[in-house]
Every structure is written in C-alpha cells, then in structure tokens.
Write a protein that binds this ligand. Structure first.
Ligand code: GLY
Length: 363
C-alpha cells in the first residue's frame, strides 16, 4: 500500500494533514501521552468510532455520539459533549477526536476550542468536503438562530487524517458537491486541478477515479498553504471564499436544503461573470467555470429572486460595514478582492446565472 502523503500546515501551532489509506494507526502517534480520548462521531459512524476505540489501546476512550448532518452543529449538542467531558474528568492533557463530515469536525473543533479554553482536537474527515475544506484550517463553529457558523473559534487541529477509503461510502451527490470546493481552488490557485477534471470528468465524480488522490492532495495543499499564511482570515484566506458570497445567500434562500457545494457551484459562475463584466477576467476563463462545473454534474444556474439574495449578501460575514466584497479573478489563479461593485454589475452577473441552460436538477 502506498505510504501516506504528509502536507504540513505552518503557523503558531503547526500540524500535518495525512492523506492515504489505512491511517488509523497514525492516530495513536498523534495522541501519544494523552490519557483520555473523546471520539465525537455521528450515529451513522458508530462502527468507525468503535474501530478507533479498539485501536487506541492504552488510552481511556469515550465515544460521544451526536446526531447526523447539520443538526449536530447546535449549542445543545455542544453542551451534551461538554457534559460528557465533565463527567469523565477531561483535562488539558486529554484530546478530542472528530470523526465525520464537515459538520462533525466543525462541532468537535468547537467543543475542543471551548472546553477548558482549548484542548487538542484531531480531525478524521470522512467526506470529500471535509477532507479538502472543513477539517483543515482550524475554523470551528456551531449554528444559531441568527445564521450558520456565526458562533465559533479559530482552533487549529493537532492533526488531520484523510483516509481515502472513507470516500467509498460517500453518497454520489455529496461526493460531487464536494468537488465544487476542489474546482474552486483549481480556479483560484492550482489550474492543474482543472486539467485533471477536464481530462476525465466522469472519473472525477467517483472516489475510484484515477486522479482522486491527486485531486484531494492538490486541494489540501492549497488550503494548507493559504491558512499557513493567514489563519484568522485577515488577508489571503479570504480568497478561499471564491464563489461563497452568492453561494451562502442561495443556501439561506433554500433554507439550507441545497448542499453547500451545489450552492457554491452557482456562486462560482456568478463570481466568474462578475469578474468578466468588471473587465478583470477574460471570456474564456469565465466560460471554463460553467463548462468544468457542468461536466461533473454541478448546477450552474439559479432562478431565485435577486433582491432577497442581495439583502442576504449584504449581511454576510465577508462583507464589511455596508460594503459588499467579492473574490474575483484577475485571470486564472489570480484571486483578488472586488470592493463595493456597481449594483448594475451585480445584476448583470446575476442575469447570466439566471439563464437556465438545462441539465439535471441537483440539490
Ligand atoms: N472554507 C473557507 C475557509 O476555511 O477559510
């Protein structure tokens, strides 16, 4: 079996992201010397959590089962986790492990960030989105009535284990939705990703595809480099929000029933059109967005009311004061900020998104 790839994340608390197969053994090394281990996992991953427990001999392992999906990113669920940590006498010499998709690693990270003002967390993402985005970079959060991810902390993990075997059981639409984040960094930082997808789009939509490992590793390498330079999103990290300003507004308009990646896919087309209409991005690269995203079956059009989306974008975390900010491209792999664009440009870019070019419905 190929040895794991180790991608370093630098910064005040450096750590490695490991990508490969059969990585459970690596967890023991990361948590060496930690007495108690709390494994936070959704109900659907009980068997995986039990396998981790069996593997971590010599530690006192507590399995903390939480609901599946976005429902787990709730203060009540975090409070339940804190209760368990309190009952077992969890100290700063112990460690949390988050096993699951992005929702679980966000929750586990939040619990670890807040318990005793910060205990170590190791992320074991089991979805494509989790591996290439959520589990790397130290953003942790729960959702509140005011919105998604508004309460959280930057709490970098002590390590991230991306076991590619876990992708085999990810439902197809979830896998494809995760590809939106991979394609995003293809446009913002690493165009080789786009070539790998374009070479064989249908292979890119399955974890068995011949370029899967390279796609995952390239996407993680970009994220690792960006967050190494800017953990707390004061500068370059904002570029990872390419496509997310409209994407988040669509998620909200759809009451979070759309997958994140599907909404980001539409948001990427919008951002490309915005860049093009602002005279910053060439026609060919703008058109390539739609072509690559559609080639893997992601949605590229949306017909919701503009006024509502615009109002949501104005209060997005990425806006400052009343000024709207967007990441646009000044060319392939040249992400830059566009501040307070003319409202007519926004409307014109959205008109391009509203043009339905047919294709399968993807939620
Ligand atoms: N998902 C974007 C970031 O982690 O900054």
């Amino acid at each position: 079996m190929e040895s794991p790839t180790r991608i370093a994340v630098h910064g005040p608390k450096p750590y490695d992201v490991l990508v490969g197969h059969g990585l459970l053994g690596e967890l023991g090394e990361i948590v060496t010397g930690r007495q108690r281990i709390a494994v936070i996992h959704p109900a659907s991953l009980r068997t995986t959590a039990e396998a981790i427990q069996a593997d971590l001999t010599g530690h006192e392992v507590h399995l903390v089962e939480v609901p599946d999906g976005e429902a787990q990113k709730d203060l009540k669920v975090a409070a339940y986790c804190w209760d368990v940590l309190g009952q077992v006498g969890f100290t700063r010499s112990d460690a949390v492990v988050g096993v699951g998709g992005g929702a679980t690693t966000d929750l586990a990270g939040f619990v670890a960030a807040t318990w005793l003002r910060g205990v170590p967390v190791v992320n074991i993402p089991t979805t494509l989105l989790g591996m290439v985005d959520a589990a790397v970079g130290g953003k942790t959060a729960v959702n509140t009535a005011a919105g998604k991810n508004l309460v959280g902390a930057f709490h970098p993990p002590a390590g991230v284990l991306c076991d590619l075997s876990a992708l085999e059981t990810v439902p197809r639409h979830d896998y494809v939705a995760g590809l939106a984040e991979v394609i995003k960094v293809g446009f913002t930082h690493d165009p080789r990703i786009l070539e790998l997808v374009e070479e064989d789009p249908s292979a890119a939509t399955t974890p068995q595809g011949r370029h899967t490992r390279e796609l995952v590793e390239r996407a993680i390498a970009v994220k690792a480099a960006v967050v190494s330079d800017d953990l707390t999103e004061q500068g370059v990290r904002e570029t990872l929000n390419y496509g997310h300003t409209l994407g988040h507004a669509i998620e909200k308009a759809e009451s979070y029933k759309w997958r994140h990646g599907a909404a980001v896919s539409v948001g990427l087309v919008f951002a490309a059109e915005l860049g093009r209409l602002a005279g910053r991005l060439d026609d060919g690269t703008a058109a390539r967005h739609r072509a690559v995203l559609e080639s893997v079956g992601l949605p590229t059009s949306y017909a919701g009311a503009w006024d509502r989306l615009h109002a949501t974008m104005a209060v997005d975390k990425k806006s400052r004061g009343s000024r709207l900010r967007f990441v646009v491209l000044d060319g392939l792999a040249k992400p830059r900020m566009l501040e307070d664009p003319d409202p007519s440009l926004l409307v014109a870019a959205y008109e391009e998104v509203r043009k339905d070019r047919g294709g399968e419905v993807f939620l």
